[in-house]
Design a protein around this ligand. Structure first.
Ligand code: GLU
Length: 505
């Protein structure tokens, strides 16, 4: 087989918000495509009309747009292998269903849902397969005339895959190795339904992967049970030579304990499981998103990349480009990855530190505006520079930084009790006088003058600084005192000090 250009796909079904596990699947596909100089395709698998949710497709596209994951072709991206929405490929699937029928690899079945239910009731562990199909109503058990008549008289039918029993089917998985399943455990899967003239997931998925020249199928572990069936379908079509290489990714597990990560875990423990906020069009329920919760997209990608894979070193912080270089699909773990959402907040903190103050200030400025503050942008940048190392999210800056923009209206009782001493009012009045006399109110100049004044007058450094902090901040927190006073400027500093002296006495 000649070397084929690497082509991978992310193929969500638009049944609701994109789960964070799906984001990781897309990311791994992206990394794999980039590192092989290949293509990443975005395909919408919407053949199950009953589960279609309006807005889901747009939501998924917007999510990747926010995250900075770019597709090379697909729905909304264009390309030569379209259409990329399965609901627009009906005629293509019909042709391939017919091919299987003609080759006797599939058959038509007329069993109604009621008849199937009755069978399941009367036969324990009933499975529609080689051992039972001749006792059912299908084109294998009925005569050709009967079949024609049933179709002509408008009976609905399905097309089932005729699986030969007692054969070991090998799935060669890049992560799991050789997975073997005996074909006798598989049922004759429905590939097509006349009722909506649509194929099922299995058929559409295989036909599209083939026609779109997909070389590697990288997807969640939940699809591993379908893989043997897919292998058999490739063979039935005569496409075994170009069958994609499979890689089934480890499950994302609950942060606390065993089992699959669910949306309920997020609700229970307070973290998002969706990239963007999602408004469910049916229930009206609103679910939180990483974007709206204040995560930086780079932090989310970095966090997700390490859920199920690591570069084999201690390195945790990686840009997307670095991940492209380091990623190795064969080094993904088989075992599920615990969804350590606290680690996710740590990543966000690290990315806040790496980002420029200006960039974080743009987020923070929005929050400030929403709170009614309209500050010159350079001042917002200055505050971010002083305070960003203390937070995991830009929104946490608000409570920490309010005092920069708004004078305290009251003084924290506990702090006042501890920090405002008998001499404090007098000390602060004297300090205010010293500060008032300064021409140069720069941080450095203030600092040298005030420290000298404290020393010359035999004052207690801690007492002065603590009382001073109370007057400017209203409580016992905040950065270095001279950072604060220099930021506030002379006038505002003196105003706050005099008011505190008056109120605290
Ligand atoms: N439509 C499937 C999904 O929603 C795709 C599975 C696959 O990648 O084969 O995940």
């Amino acid at each position: 087989m000649s070397e084929r250009r690497v082509r991978v796909r992310f193929a969500p079904s638009p049944t609701g918000a994109l789960h964070i596990g799906g984001v990781r699947t897309a990311l791994y596909n992206y990394l794999f495509a980039r590192q092989h100089g290949g293509d990443l395709i975005f395909r919408i698998e919407d053949t199950d009309s009953g589960r279609f949710v309006p807005g889901a497709e747009e939501y998924i596209i917007e999510s990747f747009n926010w995250l900075g994951i770019k597709f090379d072709e697909g729905v909304s991206f264009g390309g030569n292998h379209g259409p990329y929405r399965q609901s627009e490929r009906r005629d293509i699937y019909k042709k391939y269903v017919q091919q299987l029928l003609d080759a006797d690899k599939a058959y038509i079945a007329f069993d109604t849902p009621e008849e199937l239910d009755a069978k399941r009731e009367s036969v324990k562990n009933f499975q529609y397969d080689a051992s039972t199909r001749m006792s059912m109503r299908n084109s294998l058990s009925l005569s050709a005339d009967e079949v024609q008549q049933l179709i002509a008289s408008g009976h609905q039918y399905v097309v089932r895959f005729k699986i030969e029993p007692n054969e070991d089917v090998h799935v060669n998985d890049l992560i799991r190795g050789d997975v073997v399943i005996n074909s006798s455990v598989l049922d004759d899967k429905v590939l097509y339904k006349s009722a909506d003239e649509l194929p099922t997931y299995h058929l559409a998925n295989i036909v599209d992967d083939h026609l779109m020249e997909v070389t590697h199928v990288i997807r969640g572990e939940e699809w591993l049970p379908s893989a043997p069936l897919h292998v058999l379908l490739y063979r039935a079509f005569g496409w075994a030579d170009t069958m994609p290489q499979f890689a089934h990714l480890p499950l994302l597990l609950k942060p606390d304990g065993k089992g699959k990560l669910s949306k309920r875990d997020g609700d229970r423990l307070g973290f998002p499981v969706f990239p963007l906020e999602w408004h469910d069009p049916k229930s009206g329920e609103v679910s939180s998103g990483y974007r709206e919760s204040g995560y930086l997209p780079e932090a989310v990608l970095n966090f997700l990349a390490l859920l199920g894979w690591n570069p084999g070193t201690e390195q945790e912080i990686m840009s997307l480009d670095e991940m492209v270089k380091l990623f190795d699909i064969t080094k993904c773990s088989k075992a599920g990855a615990k969804f350590d959402y606290v680690k996710g907040t740590w990543f966000n903190h690290e990315y806040i530190l790496m980002k420029s103050d200006e960039e974080i200030a743009r987020h923070f400025d929005e929050i400030l505006k929403a709170e009614g503050f309209d500050e010159p942008f350079e001042r917002v940048v200055q505050v971010v520079g002083m305070m960003k190392s203390r937070v995991n999210f830009a929104k946490e800056l608000m409570p920490l930084c309010r005092f920069f923009f708004e004078a305290p209206t009251e003084y924290d009782e506990k702090t006042a009790k501890k920090r405002w001493k008998e001499d404090s009012a007098q000390d602060m009045s004297r300090l205010a006088e010293v500060l008032e006399g300064l021409e140069d109110f720069s941080l450095e100049h203030q600092e040298s003058v005030v420290l000298k004044w404290i020393e010359d007058n035999g004052l207690h450094m801690g007492n002065i600084m603590n009382a001073w902090r109370l007057t400017l901040v209203g409580e016992g927190k905040g950065p270095h005192m001279f950072d604060i006073s220099a930021f506030l400027g002379k006038e505002e500093t003196l105003r706050r000090m005099r008011r505190a002296i008056e109120v605290l006495g």
